[in-house]
Design a protein around this ligand. Structure first.
Ligand SMILES: Cc1cc2nc3c(=O)[nH]c(=O)nc-3n(C[C@H](O)[C@H](O)[C@H](O)COP(=O)(O)OP(=O)(O)OC[C@H]3O[C@@H](n4cnc5c(N)ncnc54)[C@H](O)[C@@H]3O)c2cc1C
Length: 274
């Protein structure tokens, strides 16, 4: 074993003790999508309970005091493993190491899941709009495999906007997986619609989601009426700018923001902090 150092170049430096009060789980699989994006699955602690759409704090055992960062659980509450969808930030304190993990490595996880992108924070409705950019799709990967989502809403519209076409692949994969899922496949096939769009690379559907909502082209594409506070609900997850703009459009349509203790018509969560 090599000499220990506070910051290691490899994802693992197992000679550091596991901090108390955290789960130490094993990486089951890793899949790289682009040079900026990857997903990984880890074993699930038997005692962990969470609601689909919540996030946890994760880290690596590579320092005396490991760096922990918020991560949405991308798998549903009933799954035997935990999935995460991650950015790779060059020089990012966590992800410069996390992007190198391999099956069998250890990932640390704090014990308390939290978050507002949960079915409990919304009142029932007809159509649920899940609006995401970039890795903001992660909580929705969990919610589109959650049976309650299809019980509570007749139609589930998942929008995912990224700069380039390659960044939309994970969205296509999770929607295909939901439609093939033995538990929710039938409902997802009937009720789930996926709208991917790009803002930089040319694709079949281009433009910011705010513009698509504002000019009505999203609703035209879906064959649905404009936003209606009586029937429509929303969940937003992405950059601060996107959250602010979509929140303003939802409010303009007469929808109000909800929370765990005050369910309403839409909820919001940042996909990262700038
Ligand atoms: C509630 C919540 C949930 C989150 N869920 C996820 C998730 O599921 N997947 C995920 O990859 N990240 C998620 N994040 C971001 C995550 O916590 C870290 O910021 C990210 O893993 C990078 O960590 P880092 O230490 O390498 O760099 P950091 O020091 O955390 O970030 C450095 C810079 O990189 C940029 N950045 C960080 N994260 C992202 C991102 N996801 N997309 C685009 N730019 C980013 C920002 O400009 C940031 O200032 C979430 C953040 C919050 C607040």
């Amino acid at each position: 074993m090599t000499e220990t150092s506070a910051v290691s170049d490899s994802a693992q430096e197992t000679e550091f003790p596991i901090p108390s009060g955290v789960y130490a789980e094993k990486v089951v699989s890793v899949e790289h999508y682009t040079d900026r994006l990857f997903k990984f699955r880890i074993t699930r602690p038997a005692a962990l309970r969470f609601r689909s759409g919540e996030f946890v704090m994760i880290g690596l055992p590579n320092a005396e005091k490991p760096v922990f960062r918020a991560y949405s659980v991308a798998s549903p509450s009933w799954d035997e493993e935990l999935e995460f969808y991650s950015i790779k930030v060059e020089d990012g304190p966590l992800t410069q190491h996390l992007q190198k993990i391999k099956p069998g490595d250890t990932v640390l996880m704090r014990k308390k899941p939290v978050g507002t992108l949960v079915n409990d924070a919304l009142i029932s409705g007809k159509t649920l709009y899940m609006i995401s950019t970039g890795t903001g799709i992660a909580p929705f990967a969990s919610l589109i495999r959650e049976p309650e989502t299809y019980e509570k809403f007749d139609k589930v519209v998942l929008t995912h906007t990224c700069r380039d076409v390659g960044e939309l692949t994970y969205g296509h994969d999770i929607v295909a997986a939901a439609k093939a899922d033995p538990l929710v496949g039938e409902e997802a096939t009937k009720q789930l619609v996926h709208v991917g769009s790009t803002t930089r690379e040319t694709s079949d559907r281009m433009g910011r989601i705010t513009k698509q909502i504002e000019d009505g082209s999203l609703f035209e594409h879906l064959g649905l009426p404009p936003l209606n506070p009586e029937t429509d609900r929303g969940m937003i997850c992405g950059s601060m700018e996107m959250l602010k703009d979509v929140k303003a459009l939802f409010e303009k349509a007469g929808m109000t923001e909800g929370a765990n203790n005050r369910p309403a018509e839409f909820v919001v969560e940042r996909a990262f902090v700038d």
